[in-house]
Design a binder for this molecule. Sequence first.
Ligand SMILES: [Fe+2]
Length: 453
Amino acid sequence: MAKPVKKLDPEKMTRSPGVTYQDLLDQDSKPVPEVLRLQAPKDFKADQIPVERYTSKDWHDREVERLWRRVWQFACREEDIPAPGDHYRYDIAGLSFLVVRTESGVIKAYPNACLHRGRMLKEFDGHASELRCPFHGFAWTLDGCLKDIPARWDFPHIKDEDFSLPELPTATWGGFVFINPDPDCEPFDDFIKDLAKQFERWDLSKLYKQAHVAKVMPANWKVAQEAFCEAYHVNGTHPQIMKALGDVNSQVDVWENCSRVITPALTPSPLLEYDVSTEEIIRSMLDIPVGGEVPELPEGMSPRAWSAAASREALRPDAGDLVDEYSDAEMVDNLDYTLFPNFHPWGAFNRIVYRFRPNGHDHRSCIMECIMLAPFQGDRPPPAKVRWLEPDETWSSALGFLGKVFDQDAFNMPKVQLGLETTYNKGLFPSKYQESKVRWLHHKLTEWVEKGK
Ligand SMILES: [Fe+2]
């Protein structure tokens, strides 16, 4: 039984007029889990975000040294390397790492570099019985111990026991493999604890990687990432979904290393200046064109309860009767979590995981990825391989309806980058509440990159 949670005093909070997310939860047809009742607003004051963070190569270089070389980061899924010898190449900001499943089944990570003359050991993900450099043939076991030096007699200055591959800290959570390039980093359990607590109810390790799509985007990685960190942009960028999305009703919560934006579905945007009928909500939600038949709801049933019931039945064959334990909110709302600095798993069966990375050392482009996780019955299906979209390929060509929305977000990105290069302002002015995830990300970046946490 969930503990009663004290509601925040609306007088002390600046929120959108109209229904709050907590009000919507009160109308749920099922018990609502405590995790959705939590409220953790954070006021970061009205500081500006310095524009140079998106436009300066110096800032990028500092980011590499102070953030990417030192922070815990999502590298791959455990299911990407299921068998001993499987390995995955993970690159970040001009650095390359190798994540390997060893003979004993343990996952290890090494710098992707031969200790002899420095060539990267593996260019591709794959399967191998050893890690052999293609340049001169030095080889290491999957465990990282030196295995072979061709013409060993010529290397009297190398001692086998001193020539193991340096091992980097690794950890797993929710079926994701994390690495940290810094051998002296903080413990992973401390880093993940805020997010892990949020996901106690939603075990992402039980899902499989149904799709993995990546594309190089023409903007700094933070421009791309921040396009997915608030719902305030929906009225400008995705007006077609406003009838079925409580964009500015979103609840934003901030903890130390994680944050979330919960955007309620099947409730109209308070920014619409007219009443929206149930039929229009359903039409918008299901993307039914004008003239197309809209299903009729049973008397007295809310669009949220109706849609949640339909989602439960759609998911039941794969997710089983677990769907009956999930509230309407878990079935229909957008539960968008972020773990600093760039990992975005969504809660419940939302399926989406985003990741945004710098594209090598080009601070004006980035790699955006969307991974879809899905439930399954029986044997785990093989994980999807990464599909790289060409510059002229749309997200909708790979991800359907969701991709259409991404294409609208993607359309903004190069224009934001150009505007940032041009603006005479030194700072950006995100909103106090709705964009507080963006504020939190920059608060963390200040700690890591400017103060050298
Ligand atoms: Fe968007």
